[in-house]
Design a binder for this molecule. Structure first.
Ligand SMILES: CC(=O)N[C@H]1[C@@H](OP(=O)(O)O)O[C@H](CO)[C@@H](O)[C@@H]1O
Ligand SMILES: [Mg+2]
Length: 546
């Protein structure tokens, strides 16, 4: 039996008062900040155990991403910067919900089941976003880490992807980069400057980008990074957190779901703009055309641009590496069709949540994965990285081949392979547009999105909805899928699905069709079916129109 008396005494300072039942969801725990004190303490403890188990550095990130400012949350970062292994999510849920007197029993159970040797040293790195509640909650997580005799380093204010990067650096002997925020800026800016070296004719207009920082950590960190970019990117930063409220009427989630520009940003026709979310792990682009129509370039458009660029470079380098794209059910049907039919790329559909996409993408030489909401990255297998490196050094290769290999090398250095990263993705997009001499309108014109609509339905218990086929079909409650099928049939180019959210207490409905009116109508009719068949509460859903 491990000696957990000290840990138990410390836990009494962070009691489970509210008795709220929480689930380690799509991206960790998320709820009102005042309900999270005991959860943070226990996640600090779990991180210490995970560190002992894996004999590696583990990360604890305090953030609730795109949720309102009053919320908060926590996610654990595994050794190579990935999301916490799913087997441990169950432990997280048990610990978070345990009664005071059960805490030691559950810790003991995890130690035994995982055969954790408690004398092994542990090291946990901690980061937090800019929410007013984050400082105190991160200190509570540190208390939890200390309670199990583990060491820690507090990195303070960082974006989620910066913490993932730092964890990966610690566990790869700093081969991935230097384990600091400065190391992150240096690595990314060096790769960006190398890539844009080949575009000497870019005008200031081309270099100009407007960024909506969602009044969050991304804004703060982009300001810090700006000098490293040596004016090769001219950034106008809006919603930088000095006045507005985090994620309020701004940020990537707002722009994607509302399909409109954020408040607080001045936009002229044709200007390239982008929005980060609250912890800067997602980005979406947008612009107004000369007829004042709003155009959104979401994760699907980003995946397509990056895939096109990589395939062109691989052809020039004459490197035979398999590129695949991983999307979720939310991917616009036009993007999937374009990738499969025009680009002849293999496309896979994974369940919502980055961990699912990440795992699938690991199966290919180069796996490009993006959620439609702008969360994504590119993974290069070890073998692919080695082949690219060898070609850079190959004296028998042609000039064109070597140049393409160098561009690939800098591209992979610019990409944060640990997780989706708004700053890194933005820099890559900017470099690609520069290298291809492409405007945002030309990028947008690669394919035309099918009109779509996302809505939420409140039900008594969203767990009554069970899905299959990467969440594209509902298997319960009875009759729901049949109802959706018959509604979908009434429209052309149509598709619809429903699933319980993993981060909010709602059922999400997605519909697409040939026109916006039809997508809106289909989404509405499907929400009514959910309301009737899955125990809707409150008012009946109303039709949402742009
Ligand atoms: C439709 C949608 O955008 N869902 C988001 C949202 O998950 P839900 O399980 O749908 O609530 O938050 C996740 C975490 O940020 C993100 O990975 C996911 O894509
Ligand atoms: Mg986020």
């Amino acid at each position: 039996m491990a000696d957990l008396e000290g840990a138990f005494q410390m836990s009494l300072l962070h009691p489970n008062l509210k008795g709220v039942i929480l689930q380690y969801g799509t991206a960790g725990f998320r709820t009102k900040a005042e309900e999270l004190d005991h959860v943070m303490f226990r996640m600090g403890q779990l991180a210490a155990l995970r560190s002992k188990k894996t004999k590696s550095t583990i990360g604890v990130m305090v953030t609730a991403s795109h949720n309102p400012e009053e919320d908060n949350g926590v996610k654990l970062v595994d050794p190579l910067g990935e999301m916490l292994a799913s087997a441990w999510e169950e432990y997280a849920t048990q610990l978070a919900n345990a009664e005071e007197n059960q805490l030691t029993v559950i810790l003991e159970k995890i130690i035994q089941e995982e055969k954790i040797e408690m004398h092994i040293g542990a090291f946990v790195v901690v980061g937090r976003d800019t929410r007013p509640s984050s400082l105190k909650l991160s200190q509570t997580a540190i208390d939890g880490i200390i309670s199990l005799g583990s060491k820690h380093k507090d990195y303070g204010l960082v974006t989620t992807p910066q913490l993932h990067y730092i964890v990966c650096c610690h566990n790869t002997n700093q081969m991935y980069g230097t384990a600091s925020v400065e190391g992150y800026y240096e690595k990314l800016s060096k790769a960006f400057l190398e890539l844009t070296k080949q575009t000497p004719n870019r005008t200031d207009d081309h270099k100009h980008l407007k960024v909506d920082g969602a009044n969050g950590i991304g804004a703060l960190k982009l300001k810090e990074m700006e000098n490293y970019l040596q004016k090769k990117l001219l950034i106008s930063l809006y919603n930088d957190g000095t006045a507005g409220k985090l994620n309020h009427l701004c940020g990537a989630d707002y722009v994607k779901v509302q399909q409109k520009r954020p408040e607080g940003i001045r936009m002229m026709a044709g200007e390239r703009c982008c929005s980060y979310d609250g912890d800067a792990d997602r980005v979406v682009y947008y612009y107004y055309d000369s007829a004042s129509l709003f155009h959104l370039l979401d994760g699907d458009k980003i995946a397509t641009l990056i895939t096109t660029f990589l395939k062109e470079l691989l052809t020039k380098a004459d490197l035979h590496l398999q590129v695949a794209v991983v999307q979720t059910a939310y991917a616009n049907g036009s993007s999937t069709r374009y990738l499969e039919e025009t680009m002849k790329v293999e496309v896979h559909c994974a369940k919502t949540g980055v961990k699912h996409l990440h795992h699938k993408a690991q199966q290919f030489d180069i796996g490009v994965y993006f959620e439609a909401n702008g969360h994504g990255t590119v993974l290069f297998s070890k073998d692919a990285q080695k082949k690219i490196q060898q070609l850079v050094e190959n004296q028998n290769a042609s000039k064109e081949q070597i140049n393409a290999a160098k561009l690939l090398m800098n591209t992979l250095n610019l990409i944060n392979q640990t997780v989706g990263d708004a700053i890194s993705d933005m820099l890559l997009i900017e470099a690609i547009l520069a290298l291809k001499g492409m405007t945002v309108q030309q990028w947008d014109a690669i394919y035309t999105d099918l009109p779509n609509r996302q809505v939420k339905v409140k039900v008594a218990d969203r767990r009554v909805i069970d899905t299959t086929d990467a969440e594209r079909r509902a298997v319960s409650p009875p009759g729901l899928q049949e109802a959706i099928d018959s509604l979908v049939q009434k429209y052309s180019l149509s598709r619809a699905f429903v699933r319980p959210s993993g981060t909010e207490d709602v059922v999400r409905v997605y519909a697409e069709a040939d026109t916006q009116t039809n997508a809106d109508l289909l989404a509405h009719k499907v929400s009514l079916a959910v309301y009737k068949l899955a125990g809707g509460v409150g008012e009946e859903p109303k039709v949402v129109r742009s």
